[in-house]
Design a protein around this ligand. Structure first.
Ligand SMILES: Cc1cc2nc3c(=O)[nH]c(=O)nc-3n(C[C@H](O)[C@H](O)[C@H](O)COP(=O)(O)OP(=O)(O)OC[C@H]3O[C@@H](n4cnc5c(N)ncnc54)[C@H](O)[C@@H]3O)c2cc1C
Length: 407
């Protein structure tokens, strides 16, 4: 062991992206010492543990983009990983349903993306086939996507944590270790946490909702800011859940990075509907009125946020009213399942997305990774990053191998 160096690589963030990156790097370089530092008491406490649990097919994304490629590759690997490690996972298939004529061009575009990205088995369907697949759903046209599935990403993250420690005796996954500063030296950095400091040669920042702050702490000035968007879910009552067999999605608005309120029969059998997308006043706040001054100030003092508001205020206002008004939320669900009533839904959980916004107010669509001298910063890993995590892990390992000259 080199004198004074505790670890070769510090990975910041025990979400699925940090853990998959550490795991793939540990597999490729068994002799190096890796530590994952997670600030919470448990792994996967934030986005990874608060998502829809959907294994995405990859057909929404621009063909050839990192998102499209890692999603297709990561999905297959994730399913194999789940089987091998006995983590429940179901490939249930899903349908995307257009309910209005004006949605048809977007539906066509999604279908063509799917063909270009080689998403196996996708089919165009009409109103009768929609009813055959989901008897309570109504639509004018749709796409059947057989390779979509459901899983608990939190369980995958925890398994990855165990395997990282198993792959190398010197590897560690440490929870309750919040990175609060860097003390930089020529050939190493003292990574300072609330629970002691670790001298490391290299840093990989996978801090999700906090990734831009960690990057700035490291001296980087990334041309983006994380603006948090909360997504609220409702759950169908046991009786109403009979109305959903697997997954039903609307046609998303292509100007937004979110997929629209959908129905998901989850891996535990319950049916969730959501999430909406409203600006959150706290990066890690899951309640509708949660507020943090610094988080709010950093979102609202950024020009990009205001430029985004100016362009999308009507959509934003609609999402806000739906977040606070059950009747309006229900109306959105009734577009897909008209027979749902107010007694069929009850409040569910919430998640907060780390949405990277560029200086012109544009939501950054593809994954974004930047390098500085001894660091790699994952600055945008939105959905489908959980599906794609194992492929993202390979990608980060590839960047780390070249950038850090790992042997
Ligand atoms: C509502 C919602 C629904 C989604 N649905 C899906 C879906 O169905 N399918 C899909 O594939 N993807 C989905 N996604 C996207 C997916 O969940 C995320 O892209 C993915 O979980 C990102 O993982 P991550 O590791 O980058 O972030 P996170 O899971 O947020 O992990 C980052 C970790 O870094 C830690 N951290 C932050 N700062 C520090 C610090 N200073 N020191 C130490 N640790 C720190 C945090 O505590 C956290 O645990 C969804 C996301 C949301 C929010």
């Amino acid at each position: 062991m080199e004198q004074g160096i505790d670890f070769d690589i510090v990975v910041i963030g025990g979400g699925i992206v940090g853990l998959a990156s550490a795991y793939k790097t540990a597999l490729a370089h068994p002799h190096i010492r890796i530590v994952v530092l997670e600030k919470e008491e448990q792994l996967a406490t934030h986005q990874t543990g608060h998502n829809s649990g959907v294994i995405h097919s990859g057909l929404y994304y621009k063909p050839g983009s990192t998102k499209a490629e890692t999603c297709a590759k990561g999905r297959k690997e994730l399913v194999d990983f789940a089987k091998k490690n006995k983590i429940p996972c179901k490939i249930t298939g899903k349908i995307i349903v257009a309910t209005k004529k004006k949605e048809l061009p977007n539906l066509e575009q999604i279908f063509n993306n799917g063909l270009e990205s080689n998403i196996g088995g996708i089919e165009k369907i009409g109103p009768n086939e929609i009813k055959e697949i989901e008897p309570f759903c109504t639509g004018i046209a749709g796409i059947k996507v057989p390779c979509t599935g459901v899983i608990d990403f939190g369980k995958i993250a925890k398994k990855l944590g165990q395997l990282i420690e198993k792959k190398g005796k010197a590897n560690k996954v440490l929870t309750s270790h919040e990175v609060i500063g860097f003390d930089k030296h020529d050939f190493y950095t003292n990574v300072v946490t609330n629970n002691g400091a670790f001298a490391a040669k290299y840093i990989i920042n996978c801090a999700g909702l906090q990734c831009d702050r960690i990057a700035r702490m490291d001296g980087l000035d990334p041309e983006m800011r994380i603006v948090p968007f909360r997504g609220d879910y409702h759950e169908l009552t046991e009786e109403a859940a009979e109305k959903v067999k697997s997954l039903i999605y609307p046609v998303p608005d292509p100007t937004f990075p979110f997929l629209g309120v959908h129905f998901t029969r989850k891996i535990d059998g319950s049916v969730e509907c959501g999430p909406n997308a409203v600006l959150s006043f706290k990066r890690e706040g899951y309640g509708k009125t949660d507020f943090n001054f610094t988080d709010t100030w950093q979102s609202l003092s950024y020009w990009g946020t205001w430029k985004m508001f100016r362009r999308h205020w009507r959509y934003g206002l609609g999402e806000y009213t739906r977040a606070f008004c059950k009747k309006l939320f229900l109306q959105q669900l009734q577009r897909l399942i008209p027979s749902l009533g107010p007694d069929d839904i009850k409040p569910g959980g919430a998640g907060v997305r780390a949405q990277a916004i560029g200086p012109k107010g544009e939501p950054i669509d593809d994954f974004k990774i930047e390098r500085s001298k001894n660091s790699i910063h994952v600055l945008n890993a939105p959905s489908p990053a959980a599906t794609a995590s194992l492929a993202i892990g390979d990608y980060i390992n590839q960047i780390a191998t070249e950038h850090f000259k790992l042997r």
